[in-house]
Design a protein around this ligand. Structure first.
Ligand SMILES: Cc1ncc(COP(=O)(O)O)c(C=O)c1O
Ligand SMILES: N[C@@H](CCCC[NH3+])C(=O)O
Length: 435
């Protein structure tokens, strides 16, 4: 069970600090009072800090200083246009997994040459869209996909640049649902088959081998799985190049974890210092590098503000019922994930009670936090922390709940980047059967 979350968490305890901090008894994101934002825009409300996003990106940029490296933000973590804009303007490319994500890159004027297309189930239509847009590389995940991509490219009179995603069979030591580089995962091709599949790719008329790719999982908090995966990938680079197939770039995927609950992942620059030392030691230091970080760029840059609707004492459990739910914050229900929950305006004069913090959705799985010590009453505003990644991008309309509004704060400026979804928005695509 996760330890209770002290309502008066000190500034440095807060995941998201230093941009997230209590000042004059109120929680602020950058210069902006979250209480004021909740009052003005209503709840549930996602709020992101541009400074926190850029600081997270800067850690990678520092790690790669002086290297030929491309950071491709894995936009599945949060694909809201206002978020993509920040990363595009900061020079990022994007890791996409659908034609829809590509449309979002195009909508914000992102550089399509810096887009890599991952995913096990690309359709022909998505391949065509990506080829006509001129994306940088396809990360191909099976032999069958190589055949289809080559066919599609030939029909369009093009040659598709490809990397093959290799499954290094390394345990990332994370939640099984978000571990992707083990045998038995649906992703990538087996390490032992990779050379043969590269030779096959090189023989296909519509493809040009550009690189190699791996991504071992998400919310990784240790360095060893990365170092092991790099060794396995470099062994393959050696074998593939010895077979006469040039590998121009190495894509190490994403996966670096964040602090949700006293987690201590390595800093991006520290991790890359170790990885680059290994690359150098093995003689591959001058290869072009690509990475696909998602969560580590946005996860702790965002919070979800929510109002306490009711307190419901019980014999076995006390419930704190809030207006955010599993449709807004699906990670606890899906992965038993922990998000810290703190008061936006801490009250020192009330006793703490231990609550399960739950939403209004009609599912027992609709919980946001378990056994949390909170000094709250109905009407209070709470902040669910570390809510920048895999929250809004996985939000749904279950129970015909409109998706929350989103704000981007930039110092004292506040931008509405998504207005609250109405029932009319939700019904817009539907029609009743005509008589
Ligand atoms: C292929 C690929 N790249 C990048 C990512 C981003 O991962 P993360 O958000 O953990 O950095 C994912 C998700 O795990 C992924 O599947
Ligand atoms: N959705 C997951 C991460 C998935 C990573 C996708 N490859 C999470 O919230 O932790």
């Amino acid at each position: 069970m996760s330890p209770p979350n002290p309502p008066t968490a000190s500034v440095t305890d807060l995941p998201g600090a230093p941009q997230l901090a209590y000042r004059q008894g109120r929680l602020h994101l950058e210069e902006t009072s979250l209480h004021a934002l909740a009052q003005e825009h209503g709840t549930p409300l996602f709020v992101y800090s541009k400074a926190a996003m850029l600081a997270a990106l800067a850690a990678y940029q520092q790690g790669f200083a002086g290297r030929d490296a491309q950071i491709c933000y894995a936009m599945k973590a949060n694909s809201s246009l206002g978020v993509l804009q920040v990363f595009a303007q900061a020079g990022c490319g994007f890791d996409i997994v659908s034609g829809g994500e590509l449309e979002r890159v195009l909508a914000v004027g992102g550089d399509v040459r810096k887009v890599i297309f991952s995913g096990v189930g690309k359709t022909r239509a998505e391949m065509q869209l990506a080829l006509s847009a001129g994306i940088g590389c396809f990360n191909v995940e099976s032999e069958a996909e190589l055949d289809v991509l080559s066919e599609v490219a030939v029909a369009m009179g093009q040659v598709a640049p490809v990397s093959i995603r290799v499954n290094p069979n390394v345990d990332p030591k994370t939640h099984p649902y978000i571990s992707t580089g083990l045998k038995g995962n649906k992703f990538g091709v087996a390490h032992e088959d990779a050379l043969r599949i590269y030779q096959y790719a090189a023989s296909l008329p519509g493809l040009k081998v550009a690189g190699i790719d791996c991504h071992i999982g998400s919310q990784i908090t240790e360095t060893t799985p990365y170092l092991d995966a790099m060794d396995r990938v470099l062994d393959l680079v050696a074998a593939i190049e010895a077979a006469g197939i040039a590998i121009d770039h190495i894509d190490f995927g994403g996966g670096l974890g964040i602090n949700y609950n006293q987690d201590t992942p390595p800093a991006a620059d520290a991790l890359w210092q170790l990885l680059l030392a290994k690359l150098d030691a093995r003689g591959y230091g001058s290869k072009k590098l690509m990475i696909e970080p998602g969560r580590s760029l946005i996860g702790n840059a965002g919070v979800c503000l929510t109002e306490v609707l009711y307190l419901k004492p019980g014999e076995q459990k006390n419930f704190c019922i809030i207006d955010a739910a599993m449709n807004d914050l699906p990670r606890p229900a899906m992965y038993q994930a922990f998000h810290a929950i703190v008061p936006v305006v801490p009250a020192s004069d009330r006793p703490e009670t231990t609550y399960d913090v739950v939403g209004p959705v009609c599912e027992s799985g609709d919980w946001i936090g378990r056994d949390r010590a909170l000094a709250v009453q109905a009407g209070d505003c709470l902040a669910v922390l570390s809510a920048g990644a895999y929250c809004m991008s996985m939000a749904s309309n279950y129970n015909t709940r409109g998706r929350a509004a989103e704000l981007l704060v930039d110092g004292t400026r506040v931008h509405v980047i998504r207005r609250r979804e109405t029932a009319a928005d939700q019904m817009r695509q539907e029609q009743q059967v005509s008589a």
